[in-house]
Structures are given as C-alpha cells and as structure tokens.
Write a protein that binds this ligand. Structure first.
Ligand code: ZN
Length: 120
C-alpha cells in the first residue's frame, strides 16, 4: 500500500468521524467503515471493498496509536473527543484534529492553524 493512499483514506475517515461526531455519534464498527466510505464519498465510489477494508485497518491502527480512537470492550471503536476542522496558514491544507493531538498541520507540521471555515 502506498503511503499517499493511506494518508488520503485517513483524511476522509477523519472527515467522516468529524461529521458523525457533530451529529452525536461516537461509536463505530470497524467492519462497517469501508461500506460507509464507499457509499458516502464520491472519491471511493468505485473502490474495491477488500482494498478499502485493508486501508481502513491500517489507518485505524494509526489512529488508535494517536489516541484519536480507542477500542471498546465489545470491539467497537470510540472517538475519544471531538474534532476541530483547521486550515493551515502556510500550505492551506485542511486538518481534522482530535483534541488529544498536537495542534499541527498534518501535511507540513506548521502550528499556524485557524478554524475552517473562518469564524466571523
Ligand atoms: Zn500546512
């Protein structure tokens, strides 16, 4: 698997978690995430379910190690806190950061981030 693909899946997965959390949902089943991604995101509409599952497995492990999500006793995934959607002032990349993570751009590591869209 190419890193760039995994990074992209991670971005979309964070986007998905951000939106779901804001609707009050905090628990997910890992085995259903690939279906969610393929049905929700045009980018992945033609993706192979098994490939998507493999990438999600890798991304989920990474997110667990970053304490963005944790496994519960009944084998669900729980979001540990809400996400902020932030834009980098240097490279304009949008990062979804959990409040347990350092507030740095996920592409260039800059700490010059602002809310996106900007609050008036
Ligand atoms: Zn950046």
């Amino acid at each position: 698997m190419l890193d760039i693909q995994a990074n992209e899946v991670e971005w979309y997965l964070r986007d998905h978690f951000f939106r779901q959390f804001n609707q009050g949902r905090q628990y997910f089943k890992k085995e259903l995430l690939a279906d969610d991604m393929i049905s929700l995101y045009f980018r992945y509409r033609n993706s192979n379910l098994q490939d998507m599952n493999d990438m999600i497995t890798a991304v989920v492990e990474n997110l667990i190690s970053r304490q963005v999500i944790k496994k519960t006793e009944n084998n669900s995934l729980e979001l540990t806190s809400r996400f902020s959607r932030l834009q980098c002032s240097k490279c304009f990349y949008i990062s979804y950061l959990n409040s347990n993570e350092p507030r740095n751009c996920l592409r260039c590591s800059s700490n010059e981030l602002h809310d996106f869209p900007k609050k008036r």
